[in-house]
Design a protein around this ligand. Structure first.
Ligand code: DAK
Length: 258
């Protein structure tokens, strides 16, 4: 695996981990770090040995948003020319499951990064919010869109306009996170969950993620057509033959991920 400056990547068994690593500034996301995060995701997505990607932060927080010192120097033309959002858009194209383990602050761009995850597990001390309004800007990397799709317009506006932080209890209630764990266990429990998911037939895992994501953008009719095509496609996989044969032979299936 590549050596990065602002993140740490590791792989054990079938799990790839990405740790945000600028703890002195609560993992504030600078340009280089965003670039490294996106590269690490792409690298793991292409690595046959990695089945599930787990994302978390080193130090006191998951990520306290974009690096304000760096961001303050930008003007609108810089932002367009730097085209950092194109980089960020790659995150939505990752095909493998991404599970986030959040502790401490997940704010602004940090919350947007958490919302890219397919599942989110959080420590009791996690706090989520979009403080951009207090800097007289607004979310720019999917916050208004993903939050609204998860909690609906009126609730999303309330949080986005107030800039306040949401507790884990609220985040569970609004369907933003899946589970809450004691702080010292959240990464361990997330990896434990990831290991179980890594044993499932990889093509089914991937097609289910794709179909669920389509449900957000497609009409019910379009989504069901998409689902059906992929359902049929799975019948050409070795794992489908093995899964059904194993059931009929009353034994445990041995999946190959193809
Ligand atoms: N940027 C830079 N430094 C930060 C930071 C940030 N976002 N957040 C914290 N730090 C630094 C602090 O300055 C402090 O540094 P020193 O003073 O020790 O040198 C250190 O981290 C510890 O922070 P605090 O001393 O403030 O710690 P507290 O526990 O007292 O407070 C806090 C924690 C999270 C409430 C506070 O640090 C805070 O309010 N942080 C700023 C939160 C925020 O406004 N975030 C930025 C929102 S705007 C994009 C993608 C995304 C975005 C933009 C573009 N592209 C793909 C192009 C996103 C924009 C945003 O996130």
């Amino acid at each position: 695996m590549i050596n990065y400056q602002h993140i740490q990547v590791e792989q054990f068994e079938k799990i790839g981990t990405i740790r945000l690593n600028r703890p002195k500034v609560l993992n504030a996301l600078n340009r280089k770090m965003v670039h490294e995060i996106v590269n690490a995701f792409i690298e793991m997505d292409q690595d046959d040995d990695v089945k599930v990607i787990v994302l978390f932060g080193n130090g006191k927080a998951f990520a306290a948003g974009a690096d304000i010192g760096e961001m303050a120097q930008n003007d609108a033309v810089d932002l367009e020319l730097l085209n950092q959002f194109a980089d960020w858009d790659h995150l939505a194209l990752i095909k493998k499951p991404i599970i986030g383990a959040v502790h401490g602050f997940a704010l602004g761009g940090g919350f947007e990064l958490a919302l890219v995850c397919d599942l989110l597990f959080a420590a009791e001390d996690a706090k989520f919010g979009f403080p951009e309004i207090n800097l007289a800007v607004m979310p720019g990397a999917g916050g208004t869109q993903r939050l609204t799709k998860l909690m609906g317009k009126t609730k999303a506006l309330e949080w986005l306009w107030s800039g306040e932080m949401m507790s884990v209890e609220e985040a569970v209630r609004f369907g933003i996170i899946n589970k809450i764990f004691p702080k010292e266990l959240v990464v361990e429990e997330t990896i434990k969950y990831a290991k179980k998911l890594a044993e499932k037939p990889a093509l089914s895992v991937r097609f289910i993620k794709e179909a669920v994501n389509k449900a957000i953008d497609y009409s019910l009719y379009e989504g069901m057509q998409y689902e059906r095509k992929n359902f049929s496609l799975l019948f050409s996989s070795e794992d489908q033959k093995e899964g059904m044969r194993a059931f009929l032979e009353k034994r445990k299936p041995e999946f190959k991920g193809r």
